[in-house]
Design a protein around this ligand. Structure first.
Ligand SMILES: Cc1cc2nc3c(=O)[nH]c(=O)nc-3n(C[C@H](O)[C@H](O)[C@H](O)COP(=O)(O)OP(=O)(O)OC[C@H]3O[C@@H](n4cnc5c(N)ncnc54)[C@H](O)[C@@H]3O)c2cc1C
Length: 457
């Protein structure tokens, strides 16, 4: 009888895992179990007439080779949609005004985001001594130490809100932004490191990404999970919630809601960390404890479709980050139809406001109507919009983005060590090794390869 690999979760991680396992082993049976009625997880693209809204990721950076491989294999190469070059214009709110965070130092200095002392402190960055690599530091402390408190508060903390919906004071630099940590360790200074990388041609950056070009698909981000699932190379069962797991001998017994039990010879968990914790509770309490300690605060996303004529205060660019001190509840606002064509009707502009994260967990209590009213009010205040939107839709993710807080790497180390005692079990998903869509795909892919090798032995 063919050996069976079960993968729990049909987000990009689980589907990348299934694809990789199939590419490495064409004799095993592969089944992906998904509790939702559709595949994609957080990558969910919704259409309302001519409005196309992303409920989750806006795009991915095109610097992840595994994603290229998956896109190619899924037949989506000609569906790739690079962001408009104007996406390189990114804004920050400071004292109620939108200011462009220019990449050019002189133009940045003139933007008013930092005062003279803050700018002078950044100029001193190359002379700040290197931090001992072994000492874990928060993103905020790192930024304050290297760039000064002003830059940490006005620039880095809002950027962390934009990426993680997270609190820079709680996130671990080494876990959340390993490339920044490496820049300091390798070059002794961020500025020297960036200059060296530019000289060696390693900054292939473009719009909306220092080391990659922001990209999506014509039909949105869900296209990739959908295409991978539809290829028929493995079985995908939606509406299949895994309730408990049990290990008997070398086999896994997977209890699904509705009494059915499935057996598998290897298992990949590609869900959110809290969901893995629930499933592993009776299998390995220590791993479950570590996973349960990775917080996943709520994020709510509100899309507003506006007549272009009423949204002339919205600049051309990627979007605006909003520091907490500015007195808005929104963490930031993205101008989707300025990034990608096909997101709004001809005369319309689509924007999304992001709410919640670890700095505003109460957002989980707010229903869709209240969220839309809040977003309308804040968009009007930000951009001077007149009149009602043509379209509005809110999505609530009760547990959205894993937070890699101080202690995360130690937690991951503890999990990896315990996994040695559970051969045939692999963890993927965005809870451990990177929260970006591309990193999730890569983690899933390597879990799939390892599981295929294990089953081939
Ligand atoms: C609002 C938002 C915006 C984002 N923006 C970006 C962005 O612009 N760029 C970027 O790179 N990343 C972004 N991200 C992050 C990115 O979307 C995720 O990291 C990535 O999609 C995670 O994929 P995944 O497969 O690991 O997890 P998920 O997509 O969370 O998939 C996990 C799946 O497991 C299923 N599951 C859970 N429990 C069970 C169970 N018991 N039984 C069966 N199935 C189960 C779930 O239903 C889900 O489908 C964003 C995330 C959010 C929430």
């Amino acid at each position: 009888m063919a050996k069976r690999l079960a993968i729990i979760g049909a987000g990009i991680s689980g589907l990348a895992a299934a694809h990789a396992a199939r590419s490495h082993n064409d004799t095993i049976e592969i089944v992906v179990l998904e509790k939702d009625s559709q595949v994609g997880g957080k990558a969910r693209s919704l259409s309302f007439g001519d409005w196309r809204m992303e409920a989750g990721p806006t795009g991915f950076l095109d610097n992840e080779p595994i994603l290229d491989r998956l896109i190619d294999a899924a037949g989506l190469t000609n569906q790739r949609l690079p962001a408009n070059p104007s996406a390189a214009h990114r804004f920050l709110l400071r004292n109620g005004r939108l200011r462009e965070a220019h990449a050019h130092p002189l133009r940045f200095a003139a933007s008013g985001i930092l005062g003279p002392l803050g700018l002078a402190r950044i100029a001193a960055e190359p002379f700040i001594p290197r931090h001992p690599a072994a000492e874990e530091e928060s993103v905020f402390d790192f930024a304050a130490r290297r760039l000064g408190t002003q830059a940490a508060e006005r620039l880095i903390a809002p950027m962390v809100l934009g990426v993680f919906a997270g609190d820079a004071r709680r996130l671990s630099l080494a876990a959340a932004f390993p490339k920044l940590a490496a820049l300091e360790q390798d070059h002794g200074s961020l500025i020297r490191g960036m200059v060296a990388r530019r000289r060696s041609g390693k900054t292939e950056g473009g719009p909306a990404g220092p080391a990659g070009w922001l990209t999506s698909f014509k039909e949105g981000m869900q296209s990739l999970p959908l295409a991978l699932a539809q290829q028929g190379k493995f079985e995908v069962r939606t509406n299949s919630t895994v309730q408990t797991l049990e290990r008997r001998g070398n086999q896994w017994h997977i209890a699904l809601a509705g009494q059915e039990t499935l057996r598998a010879d290897a298992l990949i968990l590609a869900t959110e960390p809290w969901a893995m914790a629930e499933m592993l509770d009776t299998v390995h309490a220590r791993i479950a404890e570590h996973l349960a300690l990775i917080p996943c605060p709520a994020v709510s996303v509100v899309a507003l479709g506006l007549p272009k004529a009423s949204a002339q205060g919205v600049p051309t660019g990627f979007g605006v980050l909003i520091p907490r001190a500015e007195g808005y509840r929104a963490l930031g606002c993205l101008w989707d139809s300025r990034l990608f064509p096909g997101r709004a009707p001809q005369q319309g502009l689509l924007m999304r406001l992001m709410y919640g994260g670890s700095v505003d967990p109460e957002i989980a209590e707010m229903d869709e109507q209240a969220l839309i009213a809040l977003a309308q009010h804040e968009a009007t205040r930000l951009f001077g919009i007149e009149g009602p939107p043509m379209f509005a839709h809110a999505i609530r993710w009760p547990r959205a983005i894993p937070q890699y807080e101080i202690g995360h790497l130690e937690r991951v180390g503890g999990i990896e060590e315990s996994l040695h005692n559970l051969p045939g079990l692999y963890l993927a998903g965005n809870g451990l090794y990177g929260i970006a869509f591309g990193r999730s795909a890569a983690a899933g892919y390597s879990a799939g390869e390892e599981a295929a090798l294990y089953l081939a032995d």
